[in-house]
Design a protein around this ligand. Structure first.
Ligand SMILES: Cc1cc2nc3c(=O)[nH]c(=O)nc-3n(C[C@H](O)[C@H](O)[C@H](O)COP(=O)(O)OP(=O)(O)OC[C@H]3O[C@@H](n4cnc5c(N)ncnc54)[C@H](O)[C@@H]3O)c2cc1C
Length: 433
């Protein structure tokens, strides 16, 4: 069996290592800390949590809860260690971060076939998993650029929020591109003068995320957040992303005073992007402020806008669904750099990359869970045809619609989870554990 190299001992790299080691593979992991530190990590431990100690919800009717149930079936090291070192956090899974990281490292080092080399590494060869995270070192970024092409590696994430279609109030929205062009690609959310002014006032006064020092210059020089644009004057959004030119509201047969455009984001037409609304507001504030737009008064956010330093590849253009490179199928990406977002999603991608690099090392074809699972739906999304790709986390809106029409929201979400776990169990019968 081939020796597998993993670059990066974060959440994705550690999960990948465990999955390979327990299947009997030899693993060499390069982790550059503590010799070379990232601007966010503070210890030398593998699987250090860079910020929050929360792995989010465990509730069955949430996408994060559903993902955890799938990862439990898949015997995820990150999940079971987090559960062992959980601290009280209501409906969320939060951990004692030191005990958690210590145990992950101890578990991996206990395997005879595991070699940990504490060195920055920038060589990409066959049978490598690149799991170097959102703060990948410059040397390795340069090698990735050479391998993929300049235009496929990004260094910051400046994303607008995404809402679910079912939560949009269609009575306060209308379809159509500007000047009648673009067919049904856009859903317009009109506002009258009073609604617009209230929205702008709330937007400029809302609470913002304080960026880390290393993020400030880089992120903001690349893209202006909508709240900063709005500070320039009451009309600045009306001449920018909220301009009403070329639009006619069928309700009034007039041009609206201002209009936000929503654009389809996925193949099932269930996710809509708030065009031009990249923002640095805190998540709760995004919900409060954007809900002042009449069409979004009950909006459910499948992902909030973010602006932060984040190294990630344009996965829809470069990756297969199993996280391998299309041009070099024994090289895999996992974790935040692969275009997934969040702790659990990073762990999931490490796990799936490991299953498939293991299969390829034995001459087998790769295998992915189907689109009814949380894992499979995200794998398809990040490797699928997405315009203006931004990293994504799990969402029920990425799953195919349910066969039956369930009115109650909680029951509907639980039904998504139950279907997902059933499909995951079927997938597991097809893989070697
Ligand atoms: C400031 C900040 C705060 C964040 N907060 C959160 C949060 O609260 N919740 C959340 O879900 N997500 C958060 N994220 C995203 C978070 O980074 C990921 O969810 C998660 O850490 C990704 O796991 P990973 O394995 O991809 O990367 P990491 O956990 O960062 O692991 C990558 C590892 O690769 C190493 N490495 C990099 N380059 C090299 C190289 N050339 N050679 C050897 N080793 C290398 C790094 O030292 C690091 O240990 C945050 C990100 C940042 C930057």
């Amino acid at each position: 069996m081939k020796k597998i190299k993993i670059i990066g001992g974060g959440l994705a790299g550690s999960e990948a290592a465990y999955q390979l080691l327990k299947r009997g593979c030899e693993v060499v992991m390069y982790e550059m800390r503590p010799n070379v530190m990232t601007p966010a990590h503070t210890t030398a431990r593998l699987a250090e949590l860079v910020c929050s100690n929360s792995f989010k919800s465990v509730a069955e009717d949430t996408p994060q809860g559903a993902l955890k149930l799938e990862l439990k079936e898949l015997d995820s090291l990150i999940l079971k260690t987090a559960q062992k070192h959980a601290v009280p956090a209501g409906g969320a899974l939060a951990v004692d971060r030191n005990a958690f990281a210590e145990e992950i490292e101890k578990t991996l080092l206990a395997f005879d076939k595991f070699t940990l080399i504490r060195q920055e590494h920038a060589e990409i060869n066959d049978f490598t998993i690149i799991a170097s995270g959102p703060l990948t070192s410059r040397k390795l970024s340069d090698r990735i650029k050479e391998k993929l092409g300049m235009e496929y590696l990004y260094f910051y994430d400046a994303a607008a929020p995404i809402v679910t279609y079912e939560s949009i109030d269609l009575g306060n929205a209308f379809w159509g591109g500007r000047y009648g062009k673009g067919g049904d690609d856009y859903l317009n959310c009109p506002m009258d003068k009073e609604q617009y002014c209230r929205f702008v006032e709330n937007l400029v006064n809302a609470e913002r995320v304080i960026l880390k020092e290393f993020e400030n210059k880089e992120v903001f020089s690349a893209c202006m957040p909508i709240e900063v644009m709005a500070e320039r004057g009451m009309d600045s959004l009306r001449f920018g992303p909220f301009r009403p030119v070329g639009l006619k509201d069928p309700k009034t047969s007039q041009k609206p005073y201002a209009a936000l455009q929503l654009r389809k984001e996925d193949g099932y037409d269930r996710l809509y992007n708030l065009v031009g609304c990249q923002t640095n507001l805190k998540f709760a504030e995004q919900k409060r402020v954007f809900s002042l737009i009449p069409a979004l008064k009950n909006a459910e956010f499948a992902r909030y806008g973010v602006m932060h330093r984040n190294t990630f590849i344009n996965s829809p253009k470069t990756l297969n669904a199993d996280f391998s490179l299309r041009t070099h199928e024994t090289v895999f990406f996992a974790g935040q750099i692969s275009g997934v977002e969040g702790y659990m999603e990073s762990c999931m991608s490490g796990l799936m990359a490991a299953i498939n690099i293991y299969r390829k090392s034995k001459g087998q074809r790769s295998i992915t869970p189907d689109e009814y699972t949380m894992c499979g739906s995200l794998m398809r999304y990040i490797s699928g045809a997405v315009k203006d790709f931004q990293p994504m986390h799990v969402s029920f809106a990425l799953l195919p619609p349910l066969e039956e029409n369930i009115k109650d929201k909680k029951q509907r979400k639980t039904a998504y989870t139950q279907r997902a776990v059933k499909h995951m169990k079927e997938f597991i019968t097809k893989i070697e554990r």
